[in-house]
Design a binder for this molecule. Sequence first.
Ligand SMILES: C[S@@+](CC[C@H](N)C(=O)[O-])C[C@H]1O[C@@H](n2cnc3c(N)ncnc32)[C@H](O)[C@@H]1O
Length: 282
Amino acid sequence: MEHKIGDVPATSFVTLYCHAIESRSEHPILHDPKAEEITAELNRTLSRSEDPLDRRLASGRIDRNLVIHIAIRAKKYDEYARDFLAMHPGGVIVNIGCGLDSRFLRIDEGTVFFYDLDLPEIIDLKRRFFRETERYHFIASSVLDFRWMRMLLGLEGPFLFMAEGVFMYLEGERVRSLVLQLRETFPGSELICEVVNSFWLKKPLKTLIDWKMHERGHLGREAVFQSGIRDGREMEQWHPGIRFLGEWSYFDSDEEKLGWLRVFRYIGWVRKTQWTVRYFLG
Ligand SMILES: C[S@@+](CC[C@H](N)C(=O)[O-])C[C@H]1O[C@@H](n2cnc3c(N)ncnc32)[C@H](O)[C@@H]1O
């Protein structure tokens, strides 16, 4: 890499390495050969980096629970994508804040139109490992610069917008404007996004979250959670056309590797610390 990647975009390296590590493990939750290939290539640079996170990733020292959570999440979002395509062959999926993830390769069933959107510094890097095709495209833009939506205006849809591990890094007012703009530009679309419980974003709990991310997770100082919601229905208040369709937490997963952590599915405030919500944007 020619220049240092920012702290927030660098979080995509963590999820990429989680995919690769899990993919290489016995009975993997997620089969992701592309992540294995990319990390093998990145290791050569990251192992010599001055950044402790880079070196830690290259040496494969990532918290096992984090690897399992991220793999379970990616698998679930793959399932969401497949379910959408089963209902809407030829539909359009926009992977907001895609990072270096290879969802298109994992779920392509021959008809989907898939758009990977991320900041230009990540898309530049992504181009080294993936090729755009007639049905697979990159959008190098902040999701908050709404001009990117124009690229999709000629498409028939229907549209599914996915944001896996992204919205919490954005300011709350900006997430709200984004969701409202998606609704206005693509009425009838679906949004699936991961959210953090805003309960955890007030001091003193926020101090604990920051400590976990920086000291235990080794993320850069600028990678901080900025926003969340209190309840899955909260976004319904933003516009009468927004309809809550359901929610999912890692702890709901029946993956054996989750082990005893599955008990958290019965403890509401833990189950919904960081979880996924689905909406119809009408
Ligand atoms: C934790 S990573 C998740 C990557 C991927 N979704 C995954 O699960 O593997 C967060 C991603 O959000 C992207 N991101 C953060 N702010 C963004 C913005 N304003 N516009 C577009 N992407 C953004 C980062 O660059 C990064 O790739």
